[in-house]
Design a protein around this ligand. Structure first.
Ligand SMILES: [Zn+2]
Length: 74
């Protein structure tokens, strides 16, 4: 019985450690806090945080739909 409790404790400790390391790692795709500048959608002109925009060839878009609509040749 003591062995099972010990095993459970070890598993719990490993899970907590893994969670801790996961939190410490910087989020993929750039830090949101360091990128607070606003950009303008090249299609509809709406302003949105750079971190939430889609950047294509130096232009920014508010959504995937506007990116594809603006990229489509007329
Ligand atoms: Zn837009």
């Amino acid at each position: 019985m003591a062995k099972i409790l010990l095993l459970a404790l070890v598993v719990a400790a490993v899970l907590l450690l893994m969670r801790g390391f996961g939190r410490r790692r910087p989020p993929a795709g750039g830090g949101a806090a360091a990128d607070e500048s606003m950009v303008r959608c090249a299609h509809c002109g709406v302003h949105l945080p750079k971190g939430e925009s889609l950047a294509v060839d130096g232009r920014y878009f508010c959504s995937e739909q506007h990116r594809s609509e603006a990229g489509r040749p007329r």
